[in-house]
Design a protein around this ligand. Structure first.
Ligand code: NAD
Length: 512
């Protein structure tokens, strides 16, 4: 099996054929009626909801049951029952179980990737890379607790008969709520970090991709993770709210800023504050200076803006370009964009699949109208004649400064290009949004790059990245921390500070 990330590697013929066979099968059969996983058992409770196939909207991709308050309460209860034993299990044994799940996933890459394409519309390269990311997230977090030897350290003592240590301990039960765009990797990332740290988990994945997330439950069962350590409940916002309102000890959430901030607020109410680890949206800029290689910049911006149809939290949605190279950049970005193929994910020549749902199509149409009225469409703006939620990758120039299309997260293949006088103004414009997730710069000048890294308000930053101006972070290679409205803790996923966020400190003084 070829190893792919979001920015490197290509498929071999065997992987291609295996993926295509699995996609045809998944599309023909759809999912079974997915139940919840509670205490190691599948529970068929609640109304069935259907997830349509966004690439062929007259087809159903998956069916799952909506968890009600009773189902959520049972799942949280199961997680509470399992937490003491799991907490007391040595971390090496916990890691062994999680790594066994990773091996199971490794043996099912084409099948899981096909389900991801079916439910989310992502292309084969994106889908296979997402499965690989899930595997690498487990390995990264297992390695972190090993590198830190379980996060227990000796402290100073002032007398011979006193021994002082400090240790990080799990909170207990974490509720985990996932987004639609990386329904496999991010549910794995949040859940596995919580479990590596010794917590038990109730996961509620996105209602747009229940089947993708259910494959993780299958991996956990196949790995022999003890009953109750990992539980999964399906459903939409109502199920999410129930989980947030339940007596969990903390929530890990990835999704929109609006929902994430409401969850954080809720967890700060009540008799005491509980941890809310929230990773949220972005409005990610790429700056192009007068000293940029403009070909590199145009390609890097297009790849970051239109990969996964602009539905990555790290997608580039704003190009901010110094006036000396503005016209050249606009022309090259437009040209590169017009060369990108929109098509069904099963077609190996598609660069973009559909967007996730009808609401996103409506948001696209509204943005195109506003762009026509207040700016200029450089490329795209239309809808291909295909039987799903397809929209064209779109480049918009000449909007007035501060226009809403340059401030709000749109989450679709839509990038604005703003002209500025110099780097100073470019950084000001880049920072003029509430978000602070990813940012890129194209410049061949080291001093300019240093100025950018020092002043940019973003947690994930890149210079001269042709493969994706603002996208493509990978576990252990980049950390992934949202600043401002893109996160709440000042520490992110993928890197060395993630697992400890699922733990709290205890110092132990023993006098003999
Ligand atoms: P969303 O906020 O609409 O939904 C995310 C999850 O929250 C879903 O499971 C949903 O059912 C649940 N939910 C919705 N309302 C809820 C409520 N009131 N209480 C509890 N749960 C609720 O986000 P989405 O559309 O699935 O995902 C796209 C968003 O996620 C974008 O804003 C994107 O930038 C962000 N995102 C961020 C990161 C990151 O790492 N920072 C990664 C991926 C996606």
């Amino acid at each position: 099996m070829t190893r792919l990330t979001y920015t490197s590697g290509s498929l071999d013929a065997d992987t291609d054929a295996a993926y295509e066979a699995e996609l045809a099968k998944a599309r023909a059969e759809g999912s079974p009626e997915l139940g919840h996983w509670i205490a190691g058992e599948e529970v068929a409770a609640g109304e069935v909801f259907e997830r349509e196939n966004p690439s062929f909207t007259d087809e159903i991709a998956s069916r799952a049951r909506e968890a009600d308050a009773d189902v959520i309460a049972k799942a949280v209860e199961a997680a509470k029952d399992a937490r003491v034993e799991w907490r007391r299990t040595p971390y090496a044994e916990r890691n062994a179980k999680l790594r066994a799940a990773a091996r199971w996933i490794e043996e099912h890459v084409p099948e899981i990737a096909a389900i991801l394409s079916l439910e989310t519309g992502k292309t084969r390269i994106e889908a296979i890379a997402e499965v690989q990311e899930g595997i690498d997230l487990i390995e990264t977090y297992c390695s972190e607790i090993e590198r830190n030897d379980g996060y227990t350290h000796p402290l100073k003592s002032f007398s011979d008969n006193e021994r002082n240590t400090e240790t990080l301990r799990p909170y207990g039960v974490f509720g985990v709520i996932g987004p639609f765009n990386f329904p496999f990797a991010l549910c794995i990332g949040m859940s596995s970090a919580a479990m590596v740290a010794g917590n038990t988990v109730v996961l509620k994945p996105s209602e747009e991709a229940p089947w993708s997330a259910a494959k993780f439950a299958e991996a956990m069962n196949a790995a022999g993770v003890p009953a109750g350590v990992f539980n999964l409940v399906h459903g939409g916002p109502e199920a999410g709210k129930e989980l947030v309102d339940s007596p969990v000890d903390g929530i890990a959430f990835t999704g929109s800023a609006e929902v994430g901030r409401a969850i954080a607020k809720r967890l700060h109410e009540g008799p005491y504050t509980r941890p809310a680890l929230t990773e949220m949206g972005g409005k990610n800029p790429a700056i192009v200076t007068a000293n940029a290689d403009v070909d590199k910049a145009a390609e890097g911006i297009a790849r970051a803006a239109f990969g996964l149809s602009g539905q990555k939290c790290s997608a580039c949605s704003r190009a901010i370009v110094v006036e000396d190279v503005y016209d050249e950049l606009v022309e090259k970005l437009g040209e590169f964009t017009r060369g990108l193929k929109v098509g069904e994910p099963g077609d190996p020549t598609s660069f973009l699949g559909p967007v996730i749902n009808e609401k996103t199509v409506a948001r696209f149409e509204d943005a195109v109208e506003a762009a026509k009225a207040d700016g200029r469409i450089v490329a795209g703006g239309g809808r291909p004649d295909l039987p799903g939620y397809y929209v064209e990758p779109t480049v918009v120039g000449d909007l007035p400064r501060g226009h809403r299309l340059t401030r709000d997260e749109l989450f679709m293949p839509f990038v604005t290009v703003t002209k500025v006088a110099d780097l100073d103004e470019a950084i000001e414009e880049a920072n003029a949004v509430v978000y602070g997730l990813t940012a890129g710069i194209f410049t061949e000048d080291d001093a300019e790059a240093e100025e950018f890294f020092d002043r940019i308000e973003a947690g994930i930053t890149y210079r001269n990245r042709r493969a994706g101006a603002t996208t493509g972070a990978w576990p252990g290679t980049q950390s992934f921390c949202g600043w401002k409205s893109s996160g709440t803790t000042g520490k992110g996923g993928l890197g060395p500070h993630y697992v400890p966020q699922f733990m709290r400190e205890q110092s132990r003084t023993v006098v003999s």
